[in-house]
Design a protein around this ligand. Structure first.
Ligand code: NAP
Length: 318
């Protein structure tokens, strides 16, 4: 089968090679899946550069989320490959108990995008940030993969959403996703906007995949008893929150590493999947697919994701 592989760490637009490799053989508790679509995630970029917390042994097949058909059963499932990356290929192995049914009638491209970012968003907003009806939720990089999912999930939870995004096109994407207010944070300071829009209350929940200055500024407009969810650091800088600032303003900074639930408490992943199926059924969740590329274009697609030009999810189709 054809599979992209990383043989040495570096810029994924340079170091990926499309190799002919053996189709993997499922072991105990695994299923072989014919990949129909694989969604890109920012961690694919970081992992190839050796800058992600997960460092698979080389060479490895990248790609952490997919939709495919279980060989021999024809059942369409979504999820992550067994034990790490492996989705940017024609076939992948999945753990049978972590291969979740794809929503009826949803295209493989959208279904591939329903797992990692939506699971992260649901756990982040509901479990880590205890989102409440009527909360003001500030979603950073709202037009991105993680951000677009968070806007839909926060609206579905009955919250009011303020999104930030870089540039007019992305601002419009956030509006179309249902955000109540959107700030182009590359042009305007979002802090006074959040204060004004919320009548001085501030954001009850901040969902932050960007970090750096965006995190620092979020601390200035978080509400009394607000929760800042640390989702990622696409800005490239890991910020810090002085403990005295948390004390005087009565807010929390909560960490979110969704992948850990797969080993610490796998039942949660299954329960969240059920919730996501319900939200799809009710029309609250509909993954935004910004681009679909043939599998051969993985390096270009990853380059676009890394250079901040994509919206929603980017998907590869073998
Ligand atoms: N904690 C978890 O469990 C978990 C799970 C999944 C993903 N994540 C993290 O969530 C983050 C977003 O992932 P994603 O796949 O959804 O990516 P994405 O949001 O589709 O793309 C990244 C976005 O970040 C923004 N950004 C701001 N500064 C940037 C910079 N210097 N370079 C590149 N982008 C920049 C850009 O939006 P603007 O142009 O609008 O600023 C860009 O579109 C990543 O850090 C990822 O590691 C965390």
């Amino acid at each position: 089968m054809r599979a992209w592989r990383v043989h040495e760490l570096g810029d994924p637009s340079q170091v990926l090679s499309l190799d002919e490799v053996d189709r993997p053989t499922p072991g105990e508790g695994q299923v072989l899946v014919k990949v129909e679509a694989a969604a890109l995630n920012f961690p694919d970029v970081l992992m190839a550069m050796g800058m992600y917390q997960e460092k698979p042994p080389l060479p490895y097949i990248p790609g952490v989320e997919l939709c495919g058909e279980i060989v021999g059963t024809g059942q369409r499932v979504i999820g992550s490959p067994s034990g790490g990356p492996g989705a940017f290929a024609e076939y992948a192995l999945m753990d049978a108990n972590a291969a979740f049914p794809a929503p009826e009638g949803m295209s493989p491209e959208k279904a591939a995008a329903l797992h990692l970012t939506y699971q992260t968003g649901y756990v982040g907003l509901h479990r880590r940030a205890s989102i409440q009806v009527g909360d003001w939720v500030l979603v950073h990089a709202g037009a991105g993969g993680v951000g677009s999912a968070a806007i839909q999930l926060a609206k579905a939870a009955g919250a009011r959403v303020i999104a930030t995004a870089g540039g007019e096109r992305k601002v419009q994407v956030c509006r179309d996703l249902g955000a109540d207010h959107v700030v182009d944070y590359t042009a305007d300071d979002f802090v006074p906007v959040v204060k004004e829009v919320t009548g001085g209350h501030g954001a009850d929940v901040v969902y932050d995949p960007v970090g750096g200055d965006v995190f620092d500024k979020s601390r200035k407009c978080v509400a009394f008893e607000g929760r800042i969810v640390v989702v990622g650091f696409t800005s490239g800088r890991i910020p810090e929150a002085p403990a005295n600032h948390l004390l005087v303003k009565n807010y929390s900074v909560v960490g979110l590493h969704w992948g850990l639930y797969r080993t610490h408490d796998p039942a949660i992943v299954g329960m969240v999947h059920e919730q996501l199926l319900r939200l799809v059924e009710e029309g609250h969740v509909d993954p935004l697919i910004g681009a679909v590329h043939p599998l051969e274009e993985a390096p270009q697609a990853l380059e676009a994701l890394a250079s901040r030009t994509t919206v929603g999810k980017v998907v590869l189709v073998p």
